[in-house]
Design a protein around this ligand. Structure first.
Ligand SMILES: [Zn+2]
Length: 154
C-alpha cells in the first residue's frame, strides 16, 4: 500500500523512542525478551496472539505527513465473527474498539497484529528479537503513560 514503507520506518523510530520512556513502580518490568520462548505470561500471550492474527488485518488507510501519521485497519476477531477497528497513530499512540481494550490501556492483540502486519508488509523482519522488544516495550510504555495521565485527571 502507498506510503506504508515510510510509515513503517517512522513507526520503528517512534517505538524506539517510546521503549526508552521512563516508567515507575506501577510498570511490570518485562521479561518478555527472555520469556518469549515459553509464552507463559499473560501479556506475552496477547503479543503471541497478535502475531498469529496479523494475517487477519485489512489495512484501509495509510497517512503520513511531517510529524503526524495514521494507519486505519480492520482486524478480524479470533472467533471470525466480527471486525474491530484499529488505529496506529504517530506521534505514537493506538486505539482499538474491541471489548478487551475498553477496560485496559495495554495494547490488545489487534493492536499488536496491526503493528506487526504494517512492519511485515513494509519488508521488516518481525522475527528479529530487538524489533519484537521495541514493539512490545514501545506500545506498553505508551500505555503506561496514558494510564498515568488518566489517573491524574481523576
Ligand atoms: Zn483490540
Amino acid at each position: 500500500m502507498e506510503g506504508l514503507e515510510g510509515f513503517a520506518l517512522r513507526l520503528i523510530l517512534e517505538l524506539y523512542k517510546a521503549s526508552g520512556l521512563p516508567v515507575g513502580e506501577g510498570y511490570k518490568p518485562s521479561t518478555f525478551y527472555y520469556a518469549r520462548r515459553g509464552w507463559r505470561r499473560e501479556d506475552v500471550g496477547v503479543y503471541r496472539r497478535g502475531l498469529e492474527l496479523r494475517g487477519c488485518v485489512r489495512i484501509n488507510r495509510v497517512y503520513l505527513d511531517d510529524g503526524a501519521g495514521e494507519v486505519e485497519a480492520d482486524v478480524l476477531s479470533e472467533s471470525g465473527e466480527r471486525w474491530y477497528k484499529v488505529k496506529l497513530i504517530i506521534p505514537l499512540d493506538f486505539e482499538c474498539n474491541c471489548p478487551w481494550s475498553s477496560r485496559r490501556f495495554n495494547p490488545c492483540k489487534h493492536v499488536y497484529a496491526t503493528t506487526l502486519r504494517v512492519l511485515e508488509d513494509a519488508g521488516v523482519n518481525i522475527g528479529d528479537g530487538i524489533l519484537e522488544l521495541l514493539v512490545y516495550e514501545g506500545l506498553n510504555r505508551v500505555a503506561y503513560h496514558k494510564a498515568r495521565a488518566a489517573s491524574a485527571m481523576v
